[in-house]
Design a protein around this ligand. Structure first.
Ligand SMILES: Cc1cc2nc3c(=O)[nH]c(=O)nc-3n(C[C@H](O)[C@H](O)[C@H](O)COP(=O)(O)O)c2cc1C
Length: 347
């Protein structure tokens, strides 16, 4: 049973969800401590930006043992996002194409396209709700707040990024993640992470505006390893504390007739879940190798298709300090507990 209702709007899910009525298992809080940017976390398991829409969702994820939950990407102003459908099940056909399907047969392969356009609540709401979300955490837990800038707001795109990061900091964020890679928005917003000069400029300005709060960046797949290396070096030099990837992978998503599944205004959208697990693990192995060879002081957070406890272990083995699940957490809220149980049996 999913805790997010894909037939309801984002606003309805935010108001009525999360849809969870089971008991919280005792094992959800079993300790397997790790260090993260100077904080001690109860486990290396988290939720990346997206599914945790507000403080109620953060509180549930924290109760369920996701010790590093991320507060959904916020903007500097209230924004409605895209209309329904926002989520459909898909199967991947090729590197850049996927087809809508009724439902995935197996949880291990469950894949969706999500297309929300990064809706956001108002700054007034966020100032209170981020505080409330922080207050719901227990010892050994930490929340990241994800932010994004918006073009054409009367100030530069970069300045709006800074403004939004400062809003998050003023609301009490202890770690901030800048989303440089959303595949469902304008090109300017989505492709930032691929250019090392832009990354250096943006990281430098955002990081210095929120210091001492650490800044992470959210990235997608790189065109090649050289691009990845130059971006990671630029980010670290500019004061970035860590990198989270992968974001959902942009694909052409078609219905059974070959027409755009989300309508002609959304020809491509981000695919996440099982279909991108191999990409995400490869990304992490490459990132870890670059981090080591260049001696970069960057913490690595991995997500993408981690649906079963063994997938979380694979991501940590690939070199991530933290393994995170968005799609997996939405369809299996007990994932963090299952990881603890698996770990306890192995050790
Ligand atoms: C419902 C949903 C909403 C998302 N919204 C955001 C977002 O607002 N900002 C962001 O950086 N990533 C967003 N993502 C991407 C996830 O953080 C993650 O990078 C991606 O889904 C891959 O992980 P997964 O396969 O575990 O879902 C979203 C993902 C999902 C499923």
């Amino acid at each position: 049973m999913a805790i997010y209702d894909i037939f309801k709007t984002y606003v309805e899910n935010a108001a009525e969800g999360p849809f969870f009525s089971a008991n919280i298992p005792k094992a959800a809080s079993a300790a397997m401590p790790v260090d993260f940017l100077g904080f001690t976390l109860n486990s290396p398991i988290g939720v990346p930006a997206g599914p945790l829409l507000n403080s109620k969702w953060i509180a549930l994820a924290a109760d369920l043992g996701f010790d590093l939950p991320t507060y959904k990407t916020i903007r500097s102003f209230s924004h409605p996002g895209h209309p329904l459908p926002n989520i459909i099940f898909v199967e991947r056909l090729s590197k850049n194409e996927a087809r809508a399907i009724e439902h995935s047969a197996h949880l291990a392969e469950l894949s969706i396209t999500n297309s929300f356009g990064m809706p956001s609540m108002s700054p007034e709401f966020l100032m209170q709700d981020i505080q409330k979300a922080n207050a719901s955490l227990k010892s050994g837990q930490l929340m990241i707040v994800s932010v994004v800038g918006t073009a054409n707001r009367g100030i530069s795109f970069l300045d709006d990024f800074v403004l939004t990061a400062q809003l998050a900091r003023d609301a009490g964020a202890k770690v901030i993640e800048a989303n440089f890679s959303c595949p469902n928005v304008d090109k300017a917003e989505g492709c930032l992470y691929m250019n090392s000069e832009t990354v250096a400029e943006y990281v430098q300005k955002i990081a210095s505006a929120i210091r001492p709060v650490p800044l992470l960046i959210k990235v997608g797949s790189f065109a090649n390893r050289e691009q990845m290396r130059s971006v990671m070096i630029a980010a670290a030099k500019a004061g970035c504390a860590g990198i989270c990837g992968l974001n959902s992978v942009s694909m052409k998503v078609m219905d059974e007739k070959g027409d755009p599944a989300l309508g002609s205004s959304r020809m491509t959208s981000g695919v996440c879940g099982g279909a991108i697990r191999e990409d995400a693990l490869r990304f992490m192995k490459d990132a870890a190798a670059i981090k080591q060879s260049e001696k970069l002081d960057l913490v690595l957070l991995g997500c993408g298709g981690l649906l079963l406890p063994q997938h979380l272990a694979l991501m940590l083995d690939a070199g991530a300090s933290i393994a995170m699940s968005a799609t997996g957490m939405m369809w299996d809220p007990f994932l963090a507990t299952k990881y603890r149980e698996m770990h306890a049996n192995v050790h």
